[in-house]
Write a protein that binds this ligand. Structure first.
Ligand SMILES: [Zn+2]
Length: 129
């Protein structure tokens, strides 16, 4: 029986916040609140913050969502999924690109209901930033 989700905000390998959510609505609400809090704290404003990724990959999906993986300076990989064009909180921190893929695609299915990729989905492509 599925009871809910634990949403984690991880920045630069540091667990910033953790929240147990009972439904997907609560997951989205919590994500929004964290995003707002990060913007208020001027997170990522300079572009030279310590959490700035060194490499970034994106895969786009036919339901309008994107899955992202960021390689951080400490060698960890942060993975998340979001609607195209929106920023999202990082929900997974992994030790390899492969595990990052799994985390991001799991998030994609969990948050958007997208389970099987079709002809209009793309594989991972490195994004300049
Ligand atoms: Zn897909």
């Amino acid at each position: 029986m599925h009871l809910g989700w634990e949403l984690k905000l991880v920045i630069g390998g540091e667990l910033i916040a953790s929240q147990v959510c009972r439904n997907s609505e609560q997951v989205l609400t919590t994500s929004e609140q964290w995003k707002k809090a990060m913007i208020e704290k001027a997170w990522d404003v300079t572009g030279h913050h310590r959490t700035h990724p060194i490499r970034l990959w994106v895969s786009t999906h036919e339901n309008g969502w994107e899955a992202w993986i960021a390689q951080m300076r400490d060698g960890t990989f942060t993975a998340w999924a979001c609607l195209a064009g929106q920023n999202a909180v990082a929900t997974y921190i992994e030790d390899s690109f492969e595990h990052g893929c799994a985390g991001a695609l799991f998030d994609l299915g969990r948050l958007s209901g997208h389970q099987v990729c079709g002809a209009n989905c793309t594989t991972w492509q490195e994004r300049e930033h």
